[in-house]
Structure formats: structure tokens, C-alpha cells
Design a protein around this ligand. Sequence first.
Ligand SMILES: [Zn+2]
Length: 91
Amino acid sequence: MKSPIILTALLSISLLSCAKETPQVKHKSNMSSSKENLKNIQVVNEEDPICHMKTAEFLKDTAVYKNNTYGFCSAYCKDEFKKSPEKYAKK
Ligand SMILES: [Zn+2]
């Protein structure tokens, strides 16, 4: 039976490569906080212009139109807004 020796060799190789790669992976952990940051974005609309949900509670996506940041509950509502922003934007 050769397999235990091969297994040990593979294990030590993977352990070595793991140790080398670990420092590079670290900065990825910042990504998870992006959801929280979205709530701090100042949007000009109190409600989603498409479905009229409160942007303060349901903000998931934003779009900038004429230097104003509009908040939306979903990517779907943002897309609807982008189709005809002049219809939904504040005057
Ligand atoms: Zn919506």
C-alpha cells in the first residue's frame, strides 16, 4: 500500500501553500460590511418611487440621476427608474 505516503506528501504540500496564501485573503473580509454601509447613504427620496416602500428601511440599491442619489428596495425598481427617470425623479 503506497497511499498513506502519498497522502502525507499531499497534505504537507497543501499545508505549505495554505500558509503562503493566507495573508492575501485577509482583505476580502471587508466585503460583508457593504450591506450596512448602504443604510448610511443619504438618498433624496423617502419612498421607493416604483413600489412606494420606505427607502430608510428597505434600501437595497441606489441610482444617481442629475446629481441626486435615489434609493430603491431592489435592483428591479432601480431598473424601472432608469427606464424613465424623468417620470419618477423629484422636480
Ligand atoms: Zn421597490
